[in-house]
Design a protein around this ligand. Sequence first.
Ligand code: GLY
Length: 360
Amino acid sequence: MSEQQVVFTNDICQALADFTSGIGHDKLFILFDETTRQLCLPVLQPFIDGYEAGHAGRKVTHIGIPATDESKTVESLTLVWSGLSANGATRHSLLINVGGGMVTDLGGFAAATFKRGIHFINVATTLLGAVDAAVGGKTGINLGNLKNEVGAFAPADAVLISTRFFETLDQKNLLSGYAEMLKHGLLSEREALAKLLDYDIQHWENATLLPLLEYSVNVKREVVRQDPFEKGLRKALNLGHTFGHAFETFAMKSHQPVLHGYAVAWGLVCELIMSQQQCGFPSEVLYEIAHYVRDNYGPMQFTCDDYDTLIELMRHDKKNEGDAINFTLMESIGQPSLNHSADKEEIGVVLDIYRDLMGI
Ligand code: GLY
């Protein structure tokens, strides 16, 4: 898989002008969801106007899909394919995906499959999208309740990140992205994690968040560079996600949906508890993370009556092989330990300790 260019910029219109002129194409398409059409299109309008003026009236075709992760469906994908096809896209057309993870995953998959693959650029508009989904070449859609069930590895030609878009995010969406940054901190080194834990994300500012964000994205890029197709090391990026996905689905089925990053934050606490038990992960770091998560994300609410349901959800995780539930654990900060499994009793103990640490 070719390495992705990732650009952090305060001038997103200039960055788009540079990249679109560097990628030979015949027609330009731009994909938004309802939210990004409203909040981000005005920011990109000078680029669109400049492009049309500079290309002798060649129009930029807009394609719209509904917002939210529930829209990451084959129906929305068909909208994108049809939007491309009906407006004369060829194998040499270029698609710009503007949005959070839903848009970049779905738009990336549409681009990877339309006429067997066209060039695309991701413009990440959420913190979660910038640190995770937009980078690394995973694209795909959900199938019913099954997240990212159908997809392809297909790197964007470029990923453009501007913190300017984050100004429209509410605090919960920022915290959601920040959980993936904590994960990257755990996978890198003590000093990086300490900076994240010290940073006051409740009162974030562009200038101070940007270096943390750049560092975090580079942690992910380095892992992807070494293992683009998740044969081994890339599984480290699943830290927090076996419990996390179970929490996310449990919350959705209980009609109290939670943001992905919240579920990951709670999942990180559980998987560090398991790491402490199975791999000797240092207790003091576990407590630091648990307290940070409790204070900033609050606890995921469940009782011991819910354990069987949560374990059943973990059994359906697509990272599993055979009957065993697969966990990415940590020996210490920066030292992931892959392909662990745990039985029902061991998972029950983790959930007991989690409830204790989170005070529920
Ligand atoms: N979200 C984890 C990965 O990209 O591998």
